[in-house]
Design a binder for this molecule. Sequence first.
Ligand SMILES: [Zn+2]
Length: 346
Amino acid sequence: MPQESQSRSPRQAQAPFFAGVDLGGTNIKVGAVDDLGRCLSRLSIPTDPEKGPEDAARRMGKAVLAAAAQAGLESSALARVGLGAPGTMDIPSGRLVKPVNIKGWDDFPIRDRLGAHCGLPVTFANDANAAAYGEFWVGSGRDFHSMVLFTLGTGIGCGIIVGDLSIDGENSHGGECGHIIIDCSDGARLCGCGQPGHLEAYASATAVVKRTQEALDAGRPSSLRRALDERHPLTPKLLACEAEAGDALSLEIIAETARYLGVGIVTLMHTIDPSGVLLGGAMTFGGGETALGRQFLGWIREEVGRRAFPVLGARTVIDFATLGGDAGYIGAAGLARLEHRKLAKN
Ligand SMILES: [Zn+2]
């Protein structure tokens, strides 16, 4: 059963209704939304990856029905379910291929198994693309015609939406912009995917921690040492605390991270010329809520301003995402809605 739940009574909720599922390595978030993308219910269950994918598909199916009930809906009122899952995956066949962070779930037909357990048709998507669609539909990208969402966390997730199209690619590897190359030198850092020079190897939380540790090992003075002596783990959050207290090294690492992101963002701007580029995820150094987060965004914009075509530098919106952890399941539901509408037309 759901570990936590929260529901909101639908205020003139508009049919048809959809459910979204965001499959993560630790938790699975599920929610019901209406035709305008308004969230009607929300719950979270543990992924428990060691119990295997079939067990998870069964629990996800139950959670979809529970989300409908919480929203005051019969399950038959749900037109379709959207499922966002981590890559690698094969979207046309509905299979996980080798999902990062969920060991032992390789080559599992998750779309159809979830469909069997909840009795509803399922739309299958990459989790980062689903999150991007969520922001595009009802988040800070809702006024955009096209956009890119970078999700900054342990790795860097990315989704690209153009019009009402999520860029999945021919091999379900579209929009993997955490892996665009920003350093082609021989000494380039190695990415978690095994290839050198990718953005993720420079600007993910993992990379930020690694770069900071290297600077400390090289003897750079920093108030981080005292915090580490007090057994605080070295994380971007600790870096943010020390930067806010005036630590020059922490500030420098954050500024450098912003510059790497700026370089990657310009590549995307020069590739697809989107209305906007949004930044979400756990590593935004406080986001729009803090002076440091706003400074981080300012540094990214400065780097973009230095490197982008002037007209794009002036016009492309670069901002924080607003849906937080809700983007994934709302966007998955939104992609299910798109497929529902497409099928209804044919
Ligand atoms: Zn990579």
